[in-house]
Design a protein around this ligand. Structure first.
Ligand code: PEP
Length: 251
């Protein structure tokens, strides 16, 4: 099954408003040059509104770096699906390892965020990944299975059409260590099989699974050549127009 490639940039806690708008405009040009793939950027919350305005009319997709599960209320520091939708945001990154590890988000909270996004018309990108200790202990697959099952708890067959998965081995994020294309493909194939067990084969075949972890201009082509790798979630290399442009234009 042919899945539409998806290249996503996670800007994390970087860039001022003016820098964000400039970079977004440059990425919109890269995106327009590659109509056969989806391209997304996830700026900091403070830049989202201006970035949405700056690239309006472009096919570039805009993501939030997290999302609340309630529409409104006493949730200091959170941003709701209604607020994101109002800006024109299309997707939200959920369960990023930095949220899990630094801010203590657990699988139950991540699942609530998934339902918040899906009910609010925002496409979730569910991130899962093992730590180095998990991998060295031989627990990679059991950890990923647990995160996937919990993250997708009560997500229906129909809702799965909206879901994007991102496999991000924690040991490869921001470290310069990329999973080899064989390691990444092995996990992606495992996740797709798991989706086929949890849902149906056609859903597993249609779901896009992104790889994330030190993706750069010089490893993107090899990663994208793997049959179960449908795209990339890029951190550091998404912060420079030239390097992200080369990633968007993977061959
Ligand atoms: C990320 O933040 O999701 C990520 C993969 O970062 P980096 O590309 O910098 O490893």
């Amino acid at each position: 099954m042919k899945r539409r490639p998806f290249i996503a940039g996670n800007w994390k806690m970087h860039l001022t408003l003016a820098e964000s708008v400039r970079l977004a405009q440059a990425v919109a040009e890269s995106c327009a040059a590659c109509p056969d793939r989806d391209v997304m950027i996830a700026p900091a919350f403070t830049s989202l509104a201006s970035v949405c305005t700056a690239v309006k009319g472009s096919p570039l997709l805009i993501g939030a770096q997290n999302i609340a599960w309630e529409k409104e209320g006493a949730y200091t520091g959170e941003i709701s699906p209604v607020m994101l939708k109002d800006l024109g945001v299309n997707l939200a990154i959920i369960g990023h390892s930095e949220r899990r590890q630094i801010f203590g988000e657990d699988d139950a909270m991540i699942n609530r965020r998934m339902h918040g996004a899906l009910n609010g018309g925002i496409q979730p990108i569910l991130c899962i990944g093992e730590t180095l200790a998990d991998r060295e202990a031989g627990n990679t697959f059991s950890v990923l299975e647990k995160q996937l099952r919990h993250g997708l708890n009560k997500v229906s067959n129909e809702q799965m059409a909206q879901v994007v998965l991102a496999y991000e081995p924690v040991w490869a994020i921001g470290t310069g260590k990329t999973a080899s294309k064989e390691q990444a493909q092995e996990v992606h194939a495992f996740l797709r099989q798991l989706l086929a067990n949890l849902y149906e084969k056609n859903i597993a075949d249609a779901t896009r699974i992104l790889y994330g972890g030190s993706v750069k201009f010089d490893n993107i082509d090899n990663l994208m050549a793997q049959p179960d790798i449908d795209g990339a979630l890029v951190g550091g290399a998404a912060l420079k127009a030239e390097s992200f442009d080369r990633i968007v234009r993977f061959r």
